[in-house]
Design a protein around this ligand. Sequence first.
Ligand SMILES: Nc1ncnc2c1ncn2[C@@H]1O[C@H](COP(=O)(O)OP(=O)(O)OP(=O)(O)O)[C@@H](O)[C@H]1O
Length: 254
Amino acid sequence: MNAAALQALGLRVALGGRPVLHGIDLAFPAGRWTSVVGPNGAGKSTLLKALAGLLPAEGQVALLGQPLAAWRQRERARRLAWLGQGEAGAEDLTVHDVAMLGRLPHQPWLAPPGPGDRAAVEQALRATQAWDWRDRPLGQLSGGERQRVLLARALAVQAQVLLMDEPLANLDPPHQSDWLLLVRDLAAAGRTVVSVLHEVTMALQADSLVVMAQGRVVHQGACAAPATHRAVEAVFDRRIAVHAVAGRPVALPQ
Ligand SMILES: Nc1ncnc2c1ncn2[C@@H]1O[C@H](COP(=O)(O)OP(=O)(O)OP(=O)(O)O)[C@@H](O)[C@H]1O
């Protein structure tokens, strides 16, 4: 049994005076990729932000066995990488400099990047096939190209835990496949990945699935388990059905 790399206990969040998460208990084991699915407004992004400590929340989040609040900020930033949804800013920075932002938690205050930082950035940009644009400003890239740079920034952190909100946004099918291979490699190397995905078929390629509705977890289980497939169909009002194609679960519209 794997120890939980990230854990939520009784997690509650209110936004604009309205409860959005109603007491979430979840454990994300080390070396596993978990996807989170559910209808619009279910609270998936809010959950991910609360797990990253980006929102005020009641209850507890533990990262690698320590409460989130007990970590020093830089130490925490080395261990938990974040890829948000539709992130703006840094338009004038080059692709290389954007990816280098992922190394900030590793660098002494005001020190220039060292060889280890440059190697991590090159590796991350090559992994997302963004290395060739390293001198271009972020603001000149297409939506999918930009997403690959932001993914590289998250990879460059080399964190034990990666949280990604809609990482496939704007990615074409080959780069979605690349992302899948990348995430599997990360999990095989002992990292913990949690991704919020609208692409249910992609989500079902994970190790385990969290199904959310109305601010609650309605199911958590292995992606291969028939009970998980039934929970996915139910949460989307049976407008999709999960079938096995070439031995893998695939969600098709009804
Ligand atoms: N700043 C806010 N103030 C008030 N309510 C908010 C705020 N942000 C989000 N909400 C509400 O919280 C609920 C959960 O939002 P969240 O973005 O977590 O859902 P989601 O499952 O990620 O949705 P989607 O699939 O549409 O991205 C929604 O009902 C949303 O309207």
